[in-house]
Structure formats: C-alpha cells, structure tokens
Design a protein around this ligand. Structure first.
Ligand SMILES: Cc1cc2nc3c(=O)[nH]c(=O)nc-3n(C[C@H](O)[C@H](O)[C@H](O)COP(=O)(O)OP(=O)(O)OC[C@H]3O[C@@H](n4cnc5c(N)ncnc54)[C@H](O)[C@@H]3O)c2cc1C
Ligand code: FES
Length: 259
C-alpha cells in the first residue's frame, strides 16, 4: 500500500453524471490488481472524512483509471478536477478478485459496478461474458472495452432503453441455463448494488459455482482502523465473524456473506 501524490492526466464525462478519471500514480498503478481500490483524498472537503473509495477500473503503465458517478459532495468536487491537478491517493487497497476461474467467467455489473470488472476482463486469462445492467441506457457503461477484448456483452435496463428490459439477473438466469445445457461450469464475478449482489450470490449457491462479490460499503479510514465498513461473514465451518470490507474485502465469495 502506498500514499502517493498523483496528478490528473484527463477527466472525461461519460453518460449523465458519470466520469472517467485518469491519474498518473506511478508504482501504485503498476502494483494494482483487479478488484482492488484506491482511497482518493478529495480536494476542498473540509470535514473529517476527506477520502472516498473507488475501484480501479484499469491501468496503463503508471496511469490509473477510475470510473465514478457524482452522487454527493465528494464526487461532485472530483468532477471539477483538471489535467495537472495534484490528488493524494492511497492504494492499492483490498484483496481483489481471484484470477483463476474454474469455469466460464460470467461478469455481472450494476451501474458503476462495471469499473472493477473492466480491469478484471483485461487480466483474466479466459474470456467470457459481461452482463451489464442499470436503471437506464446512461447507466450501462464501458461495454465497448469488453467487446474490444473479445468478450461477449449482454445488457439489461430497468426501463428497457438499452438491451433487455428488466433486471440484469434475468440475463444471468438465461446464461446459467445456457452453460448448464452445454455442460460448462460458470464462475461469477459481480459488483453493483447490494440487492443485485445478493441475487447473484444466491444464484452461485444454487448453481454450485463460485461467486465473487465486490461489496460497496460506506468507508472512512479505508485501512481497517475505524470499523465504519463492518460486514457479518461466515467461515467454512459455519461460525460467524465480523469483517471489515476495506481490509478483509472488498471481494468475498458468495457463501462467506451473511446478508
Ligand atoms: C470498495 C469500493 C469501491 C467503490 N468504487 C466505486 C467506483 O468505482 N465508482 C463510483 O462511482 N463509486 C464507487 N464507490 C462508491 C463511492 O465511494 C461513493 O459513491 C462515494 O464515496 C460518495 O462520495 P460523495 O461525497 O460524493 O457522497 P456523499 O455526500 O458521502 O453521499 C451521497 C450519497 O451517496 C451515498 N453513498 C456514500 N458512500 C456510498 C457508497 N460507498 N456506496 C453507495 N452509496 C454511497 C450516501 O449514502 C448518500 O446517499 C465505491 C465504494 C467502495 C466501498
Ligand atoms: S473504512 Fe475504516 S475500517 Fe473500513
């Protein structure tokens, strides 16, 4: 883990309210693994919590990419960053996704949850399918990058403005049936809102495959010290324990999580 002074290379508006931020972060970027995150010190935030956590959505040499949505004060301030601005970044943090799937990788993204999955798709040895969901067309992001890498992409939106109308789990149910029919095993990787993660986890258990879920919890310190991000977890022997998403996660196998 490093605390570096990064500098903004580029900030690109994507669909409404989403941004792609590229930061020169040297060794931090080079050491990053898919599923890890960075804790960004947001300029002009005077209150006690000055940092915000973001998944690493990709790296190019020493350049780190973040894909974020403006939802409040911190992300609002971030959207004003300009090329050349200095930004303090701690990372890479967290455990990351395992990179040796036991079956066809099926990536399930909800909104900005596509961010760590983009990085994952670029590093997994085996290609598979991305199932990308969101409320509306503007919430389905970065799918072209997956196609360029040779991944199959399917989309679903709740209002039907892009891809299938409905929840992304509808696509997942079809994909799991298709894989089962062809005698193939799936390995699920998901990032998105809790309801979606829980639904993906239930399907991993039902299908008897592994499901790697990246949890999105409110964080303060980002390094295991403040207990802002606790999550009830289960060991293989069934005993329960309280973990810290920033330190023990953010990625957990579906069977570990007590919802
Ligand atoms: C490991 C991890 C990875 C993340 N990766 C990304 C990413 O790649 N892209 C991205 O856009 N966001 C990501 N987030 C969420 C991001 O950290 C929050 O959206 C951000 O901290 C909000 O800051 P803010 O000051 O703008 O909002 P605030 O003013 O603090 O809050 C505004 C609203 O957002 C809600 N909110 C705050 N924190 C979170 C959170 N962690 N999850 C969901 N809702 C929240 C608040 O409850 C409130 O309703 C990630 C979070 C975690 C824990
Ligand atoms: S954010 Fe402080 S312990 Fe996780």
């Amino acid at each position: 883990m490093m605390d570096v002074s990064g500098s903004v290379i580029r900030q690109t508006p994507l669909a409404a309210g989403y941004w792609s931020l590229e930061l020169e972060a040297g060794l931090l970027a080079k050491q990053a693994r898919p599923g890890q995150f960075v804790h960004v010190r947001v300029p002009r935030l005077e209150q006690s919590a000055l940092r915000r956590p973001f998944s690493i959505s990709g790296v190019r040499g020493g350049v780190l990419e973040i894909l974020y949505k403006t939802v409040g004060r911190g992300t609002g301030e971030m959207s004003h960053l300009l090329p050349g601005d200095a930004v303090q970044v701690i990372g890479p943090l967290g455990n990351g996704f395992p990179l040796e799937p036991r079956g066809v990788p099926v990536l399930v993204a909800g909104g900005y949850g596509v961010a760590p999955l983009s990085f994952l798709a670029s590093r997994l040895g085996r290609k598979g399918v991305l199932l990308a969901g969101g409320r509306s067309a503007g919430d389905v992001l970065s799918t072209e990058g997956f196609e360029r890498l040779g991944w199959q992409v399917q989309m679903a939106t709740q209002d039907g403005s892009r891809g299938e109308k409905g929840l992304v789990t509808v696509l997942l149910d079809k994909e799991l049936l298709r894989l089962k029919a062809s005698g193939e095993q799936a390995e699920l990787y998901a990032c998105g809102p809790d309801g979606m993660l829980r639904a993906v986890g239930e399907r991993a258990v039902a299908a008897g495959c592994r499901g790697w879920l990246s949890l999105d919890k409110h964080m303060v310190c980002g390094v295991g010290a403040c207990l802002a991000c606790v999550q009830k977890l289960r060991r293989e022997d069934g005993t329960e324990w309280i973990g810290r998403v920033c330190h023990d996660g953010p990625v957990f196998e579906a069977r570990e999580i007590v919802w």
